[in-house]
Design a protein around this ligand. Structure first.
Ligand SMILES: *Cc1c(COP(=O)(O)O)cnc(C)c1O
Length: 340
């Protein structure tokens, strides 16, 4: 008997483009985006700017490049940037914010809740020293939802307070909104309500929304014009980008369906809790398990036919459009049967 396929809950990035998406990609109207723009790319960027409440947006191949483009524009050597403890820009981008963008990282404690620093924490760090040899705080980099905290959501009023504290201290604000769509669905507010006061925002189309490739950075017209130059400098321009932008336009139609992923994450957390697991309560499409031995548990999960990833000392499970309710129920059954 062949072993059943593993249920892949490592990330919402494992989704594959479906028939509707590949059909849109195959028939996309294209130009040369590096030369003088591609029409489908332009349509996607305009749509993103509108949704995010920005003047303009720029497609980039990955969220990591989106953050890097923004940080390269906001930071100079000798600058310091603040980010919540565990932030993606601090831990999962190989320190490029420091060695390419030139900013020294400083992490903020999350006293308002998981993944959520307080405005006071921002204020405490904006009072830079006047010493000539001190770093200059220049940027607050927020993350909504916060990935390593377990997909946690910062509500609009907290976001606005954080942004205001940064601005009062003379700092710019970048929002790493890789999963801003999930935050918007949980909160029942449009994504634009979560970007207020930010100078730039990075969003991913290739996570829960299911595009195979693509992120974007958005901001003022001037910011995006500079971002386009920086993207080129980093080698991120693509020619017939419309093929990829077409997938992005379909992805944007799927924001509402993230509610299903959120419901399935709750189902998973509840199911595992009933088996005695110590699970975080999902706010979006993730749940974290606290276990004594992460490596051992991951190995047992794999043997049982369920894939997850280690995340800062815990195990992260992510629900997504290619792992529906029945898959999540089956995952709980497998874990129960194997006694993981
Ligand atoms: C995934 C992610 C990124 C990076 O996106 P890639 O497309 O994988 O480079 C950035 N920030 C957060 C919070 C993420 O979850």
């Amino acid at each position: 008997m062949t072993k059943p396929a593993p249920i892949d809950l490592r990330s919402d990035t494992v989704t594959r483009p479906d028939d509707r998406m590949t059909a849109a990609m195959a028939s996309a109207e294209v130009g040369d985006d590096v030369l003088d723009h591609d029409p489908t790319m332009r349509a996607l960027e305009d749509r993103l700017a509108e949704i995010l409440g920005a003047d303009a947006a720029l497609w980039v191949p990955s969220g990591t490049m989106g953050n890097l483009v923004a940080l390269c524009l906001h930071l100079h050597r000798g600058d310091q940037f603040l980010a919540p403890r565990g932030a993606h820009v601090l831990h999962h981008e190989l320190g490029s914010a420091a060695w390419l963008a030139g900013g020294m990282p400083e992490s903020l404690d999350c006293d308002a809740g998981p993944g959520r620093p307080t405005a006071d924490a921002v204020r405490a760090h904006t009072r830079g020293s006047n010493r000539y040899d001190a770093l200059r705080p220049a940027l607050l980099c927020l993350e909504n939802t916060h990935n390593s905290a377990g997909g946690t959501v910062t509500p609009p009023h907290e976001h606005a307070q954080l942004a205001a504290a940064a601005r009062d201290g003379g700092l710019r604000v970048h929002l790493d909104g890789a999963r801003i769509w999930n935050a918007s669905v949980t909160l029942g507010v449009p994504p634009g309500a979560l970007t207020v006061g930010a100078d730039s925002v990075q969003v991913c189309l290739s996570k829960g929304l299911g595009a195979p490739v693509g992120s974007a950075v958005a901001g003022s017209t001037e910011f995006v014009a500079e971002a386009r130059r920086m993207r080129k400098m980093l080698g991120g321009g693509v020619r017939q980008g419309g093929v990829l932008a077409a997938a992005g336009l379909i992805a944007l139609e799927r924001v509402d369906s993230l509610a299903d992923d959120h419901a399935n994450a709750l189902l998973l957390a509840d199911g595992l809790r009933e088996l005695g697991w110590d699970m975080s309560t999902p706010e979006t499409n993730m749940t974290l398990a606290s276990v004594p031995d992460v490596g051992l548990t991951l190995e047992r999960l794999r043997t049982a036919g369920v894939l997850a990833v280690p995340m800062h000392g815990k195990i992260r499970f992510v629900t997504h459009r290619d792992a529906g309710k029945s898959d999540v129920e089956e995952a709980v059954r497998r874990i129960a049967t194997a006694g993981v």
